[in-house]
Design a binder for this molecule. Structure first.
Ligand code: 3EB
Length: 312
């Protein structure tokens, strides 16, 4: 059983447990430390200083291959790789190399099928037009998938958000089995977004379903207030939350082959003052979903909120 929790337990204590796959301290630091700990730069907005933790059944092995930090079980692997501040200056090339390197580690461990990527970048909305950091990131990622011969139908679920510190991190979950990548028919596939959203379209799918050790899971990508390819409800937090949850509910109803249930929300808010209204809105409607509220820039400047989900 793979589980995601948000907890006050310390990262040292979590790492000392046999069943911890990986710990993400939700603080404003984005740099490598030890295998099994991913400092992503994404901060918890609450005063609780929560850590994100993924736990598994069975033994975890951890190690490092070059600049790639990995943790694995018999069924899956997590690989993380950071970019330095200097590497972030060459975003396209650095992301291209990072993705190729991550895929070579996946292959060497026998887990060739990524099912969920997270990408946390500095200054994600900085730069005009195609020079915006997010768009440069998309170019490096797309070029890597093209180089690897990975077709859009095999793009996994993902999130791409901006933090407020130096450095970037890319981490992935991958399996030996082929996962099922799913679409949201209320939204244009991100890899088919029209030219106005950037020179290289974003390489991810809306949700990915897979079974690990006989347990089915559904990973829902970062989901926002987008219908078709357009941002809707610009400037309204509650209405953007409404469209976002409509999209998530639609995925649960139509892109959920094993009928999984919402377990967790990781919420990304652009403005810290939106913590209270976003918490009120979600707690009222989803009191049973374990939720963390983080500070992050969403890749479109007109989006105030994005939410990703884990379902089992
Ligand atoms: C969107 O739906 C919002 O580039 O990997 C969400 C999730 C978004 C993942 C990515 C981007 C990404 O287009 C942005």
């Amino acid at each position: 059983m793979l589980t995601q929790r948000f907890t006050r337990a310390s990262s040292d204590e979590l790492l000392s447990r046999d069943d911890t796959l990986v710990v993400m301290p939700l603080t404003a630091q984005c740099a490598p430390s030890v295998s099994g700990v991913i400092h992503s730069g994404i901060e918890d907005l609450s005063p609780d200083q929560l850590n994100e933790v993924w736990t598994v059944n069975g033994q975890v092995a951890r190690g490092q291959t070059g600049d790639n930090y990995w943790s694995k079980t018999e069924d899956m692997i997590c690989v993380a790789r950071w970019l330095t501040k200097a590497q972030c200056e060459q975003m396209e090339e650095s992301v291209f190399e990072a993705y190729l390197s991550i895929f070579s580690v996946l292959k060497s461990h026998g887990f060739e099928h990524p099912f969920r990527f997270w990408n946390y970048l500095p200054n994600i909305n900085t730069g005009d037009g195609d020079e915006e950091i997010y768009k440069r990131f998309c170019t490096g990622r797309l070029q890597a998938f093209e180089q690897l011969g990975i077709a859009a139908s095999s793009f996994p679920s993902a999130s791409a958000l901006g933090h407020h510190t130096d450095g970037a991190v890319i981490y992935v979950f991958a399996s030996a089995e082929v996962p099922q990548h799913l679409k949201n028919d209320k939204q244009v596939n991100a890899f088919n977004y029209p030219r106005q959203y950037g020179i290289s379209s974003p390489s991810f799918t809306r949700a990915t379903a897979l079974t690990l050790a006989d347990t089915p899971y559904l990973f829902i990508s970062g989901t926002a207030s987008i219908i078709g390819h357009k941002t809707v409800e610009v400037g309204h937090l509650q209405r953007q939350l409404g469209v976002t949850l409509d999209n998530i509910e639609h995925l649960l109803a139509t892109a959920n082959p094993q009928n999984r249930q919402l377990a967790t929300f990781k919420v990304y808010l652009r403005h810290p003052e939106h913590l209270a209204p976003a918490r009120d809105w979600l707690n009222q409607r989803y009191p049973d979903v374990e939720t963390v509220f983080t500070l992050a820039d969403i890749c479109r400047s007109d989006l105030l909120v994005e939410i990703e989900c884990f379902c089992h």
